[in-house]
Structure formats: structure tokens, C-alpha cells
Design a binder for this molecule. Structure first.
Ligand code: CA
Length: 123
């Protein structure tokens, strides 16, 4: 089942994480429909914005994808914020860095970068 995980600003130092199952409305949507809310960076397990999804509220970072069972899984992303973001091969914003320009998306990160992402931050 498709899983959506939202990382939203709840406390100053705390990442608020909510877990919901994929809703029927989303499951019934055609694959061309991208569900990435305004003000979020959305990360997807599969190419073309498919599979499990991680939502990161604008301005927040995500230091270790393994905390959400998402380490080395990202295949596509959608940056629906006004900030430039970067994702990294390693946790804690280290290792090879790839950019994600504000208001842009990538339906496939490419075979070299596929299933490599471990952290994410504004940059
Ligand atoms: Ca993947």
C-alpha cells in the first residue's frame, strides 16, 4: 500500500511526523497526477512520483531517511517550495550532493543517483 509520511513543523527542534495510509482518492488517481502539496518537498520511492512518499515542510531538513524506512530508496522528487533544496548520498547532509531547485521536479533522478538519497536540507 502506498504510504505518505509528512514531516511538518510542529516544534522548534522536533520534527513532527505523521503516518497515513494511502487514501482511496489517491489510489484511484491516474499516475500522471502528482500529489505534492504547496509548500512541501516530496520524495518518492519510485520514478514518476510513484510509490511511498515523504513530505517535508518547507524550511525543514531531514537528516536520516532510515528513520522512516526510506534510506536509499528515492527515485523521483518534487520541490513545491520557494527554496532550493539539496539531497545527499549520506546521512547528516554529507557525501555526494544533488540540487533540487525551487519549484522544480525530477521524475527520475537517473540510474547513477537512483536509490542513493539518505538526507535532505535547504541549500
Ligand atoms: Ca526507488
Amino acid at each position: 500500500m502506498r504510504k505518505h509520511i509528512a514531516i511538518a513543523a510542529i516544534g522548534v527542534l522536533t520534527l513532527g511526523i505523521s503516518l497515513t495510509s494511502g487514501s482511496p482518492a489517491l489510489a484511484a488517481s491516474p499516475s500522471v497526477t502528482v500529489f505534492c502539496p504547496e509548500g512541501f518537498v516530496c520524495l518518492y520511492d519510485n520514478s514518476s512520483f510513484g510509490g511511498n512518499e515523504i513530505l517535508v515542510d518547507s524550511g525543514l531538513s531531514f537528516a536520516n531517511f532510515s528513520t522512516q524506512q526510506f534510506n536509499d530508496k528515492m527515485s523521483s522528487w518534487f520541490n513545491n517550495t520557494n527554496r532550493n533544496y539539496c539531497w545527499f548520498y549520506d546521512v547528516n547532509f554529507s557525501g555526494t550532493k544533488r540540487s533540487m531547485a525551487a519549484r522544480s521536479d525530477n521524475p527520475f533522478v537517473g540510474s547513477l543517483d537512483n536509490d542513493k538519497a539518505s538526507s535532505l536540507a535547504p541549500c
